[in-house]
Design a protein around this ligand. Sequence first.
Ligand code: XMP
Ligand code: MG
Length: 183
Amino acid sequence: MEPRDIEGDLTEILIEEEQIRTRLAELCRLIEADYAGKDLLLVGVLKGAVMVMADLARELVHPITMDWMAVSSYGSGTQSSGVVRILKDLDTDLHGRNVLIVEDIIDSGLTLSWLLSNLKSRGPESVEICALLRKPDAARVDIDVKYLGFDIPNQFVVGYGLDFDERYRNLRSVGVLAPHIYS
Ligand code: XMP
Ligand code: MG
């Protein structure tokens, strides 16, 4: 593939790198206050949450552990099916743990709603959600997100961990793909 400026594939940048950094720092201060004196396990959802997990974890001034899950909710399309499969499960026993799920984006909410009840059934002390992005207009179930980065319009976005066909994850901002990329 020819090296090129991947930002040129976007019609619009929705959230700049600096805005993400600032917002994550604000969320970290809230998390630190809420979990003061408590253990905290961050559960990242692969692969989209890799960037937010890396930045959130390093900004936190709090002893944490990290674990990862991979789930599949979309077939090959861009619509959530609500049918979730675990592709990679946690290595950690959740009994008595304070779990914070770290997600890239809440679209229909179906994936997280499934994940939430799955993790809650494993005997944790608490389970909360931190998501960088949310599309309020796409919600099909109500999800209680304790730590939210940004609400965005109902458009397919890429960057900062989010992909189109596995590309654009390394973009530092979040943006909307140009139509010519799809065709
Ligand atoms: P649901 O609809 O279950 O979707 O809330 C959650 C997962 O779907 C992926 N997703 C996206 N990925 N751009 C992406 O690159 C998007 O606009 C988008 N919307 C949903 C994502 O993996 C999320 O965890
Ligand atoms: Mg995801």
